[in-house]
Design a protein around this ligand. Structure first.
Ligand code: UN1
Length: 505
């Protein structure tokens, strides 16, 4: 039997709350029921009031940009820190909106708020440390200074699966780097984004420096096509990232601008015969079924060494039997529904199409978008080449002595987000590290829950452009890098710069 803490609390840097505590849970339950009673849902929010057009939003942000970018970096960083504090003060309310709107489980909703807090504090620290003028070595008589400055107005486009953490992470990074931002949440999750933006304004970020742009793909498309937009940060599908890239280059008169894209993956875990079976099963269940498999980091393709395949799958079946699938507002729930009917239909279609190959599936409530967590056997590891964004785990085997070949097959899919290895052989870990073309490699642990600052997250190939979120190279990508080289010699006929005081002005 496996421990019941299959979905142990996620590790984060900021504090959490005790989800075993009755009073805490009662407060969360009350917040969720308050939340259900009031406030517009995603669909309703779009109607009624005439809102500004994307073009008007960009214009306003562009006007507000000069004052914001002229502020010292520590002032902008202080806004992020105040926002982190406000997020913590409103943690229960934000968790409730997240459960209600994104249908996240309570532990996932808590992890979501904590990750958003971590992003704010981390980027504030990073900005103060690195977005300052850097004096570079150079020839005598010359001063060379590298500056990181804002670029103008960024559009940030966020996914529904991390409607607070990624929505805010992208946005506050752009802001602290000295940009104004028009921030577009996913159409499924406008409400938590709206609350986050309110709190950001309360934290001192001027209203026209951060503008919320709720709406569907047409809003994102209008922002991306706007030639005044000086950069785009996007998390979502590979196909949409490609469209954005194409659009950014389409207009001949438009300056070249950066795109930061974090997209999907066909993430594999390779397990050899030396791995600890209990740990493997626990990490497989967490990596493929937590958050109903709706994380781009999630495990999609389990690759078991032939010798241990059947015994591992037997244990996996047993562990899957203990999963509680149901109402995300119930604290006992491990796995909630998927985001909407479209996702449900898509995943159920795949599940039906593979019916003859099921290794294991479990019962779920009939009402609602509950996709049964299912393990599906593949004839070959080459039979999975696209991402199924839900609780469907595909399983294949590999032969002893073919570790390198197995990694090559995974690499050949062209995605490069996360990979896992379970093995007790140091040499195998070195081999995977040397050969795997992925952004995040996880050895003998689960493949989800990257910690801000410790596990910078993001991929390559079809999985994204980088730089990694929550890492030291993220903020500079939002900046223009500018170098000033000044001749400082007073002799030799060179002009010397004098202050206005020096010349008695
Ligand atoms: C995503 O699902 O879009 O490591 C990426 C993790 C998360 C993944 C976020 N930070 O599980």
């Amino acid at each position: 039997p496996l421990p019941r803490d299959l979905f142990a609390p996620e590790r984060r840097n900021s504090e959490g709350i005790d989800l075993q505590d009755k009073d805490t849970l009662a407060a969360v339950a009350k917040a969720i029921s308050d939340c259900s009673g009031k406030g517009p849902s995603g669909a309703e929010q779009g109607s009624g009031l005439r809102r500004s057009t994307p073009s008007e939003m960009v214009a306003r942000a562009q006007q507000a940009y000069p004052d914001w970018t002229a502020r010292p970096v520590h002032e902008r960083a202080a806004c992020l820190e105040r926002l982190a504090d406000l997020l913590e003060q409103h943690r229960t309310e934000l968790m409730a909106i997240c459960v209600h709107e994104a249908r996240k489980t309570i532990p996932d909703a808590l992890a979501e708020v904590r990750e958003a807090v971590d992003f704010c504090r981390y980027y504030a620290d990073q900005a103060r440390a690195h977005l300052v003028p850097i004096e570079l070595p150079g020839p005598t008589g010359e001063r060379n200074v590298l500056r990181h400055e804002g670029r103008g107005v960024w559009a940030t486009i966020a996914p529904w699966n991390f409607p607070l953490a990624i929505f805010l992470g992208q946005t506050v990074a752009a802001l602290v780097a000295g940009n104004a931002v028009v921030a577009k949440p996913a159409p499924q999750t406008p409400r938590i984004a709206a609350r986050a933006v309110e709190l950001a304004h309360q934290a001192g970020i001027p209203e026209d420096v951060l503008i919320l742009a709720p709406g569907g793909p047409e809003v994102g498309a209008a922002l991306v096509a706007d030639p005044r937009v000086a950069g785009v940060a996007f998390t979502g599908s590979t196909a949409t990232a490609r469209k954005i890239a194409r659009e950014l280059l389409a207009n001949e008169d438009r300056p070249l601008v950066p795109l930061i894209a974090e997209t999907g993956g066909v993430n594999a875990m390779i397990v050899d015969s030396t791995a600890l079976a209990e740990q493997v099963v626990q990490d497989v269940v967490t990596s493929s079924f937590r958050s109903a498999g709706q994380r781009c980091s999630a495990l999609r393709l389990l690759l078991l060494q032939e010798e241990i395949a059947e015994s591992t799958l037997e244990m996996l079946s047993g562990a899957m039997d203990t999963l509680i699938v149901g109402d995300p507002a119930d604290p006992a729930t491990d796995v909630g529904p998927v985001i909407d009917r479209q996702a449900y239909d898509n995943l159920m279609g795949r599940r039906e199409a593979t019916r003859n190959s099921w290794i294991k599936t479990i019962d779920v409530p009939a009402e609602g978008n509950f996709v049964p967590p299912t393990a599906i056997r593949l004839r070959s590891m080459d039979d999975l080449n696209r991402e199924w964004f839900g609780p469907l785990l595909h399983v294949a085997t590999w032969k002893a002595g073919e570790l390198e070949r197995t990694i090559d097959h995974v690499n050949a899919k062209g995605f490069g987000l996360t990979m896992g290895l379970h093995s007790r052989i140091a040499r195998s870990a070195e081999t995977v590290e040397a050969l795997a073309r992925v952004g995040n490699l996880y050895v003998n642990r689960s493949m989800i829950g990257a910690i801000v600052g410790s596990q910078p997250f993001g991929g390559e190939g079809f999985s994204g452009t980088g730089p990694k979120a929550g890492g030291p190279h993220y903020l500079p990508r939002f900046c223009a890098e500018r170098v000033t080289s000044t001749d400082t010699t007073s002799s030799g006929g060179n002009a010397t710069l004098l202050s206005l005081d020096d010349i008695g002005f």
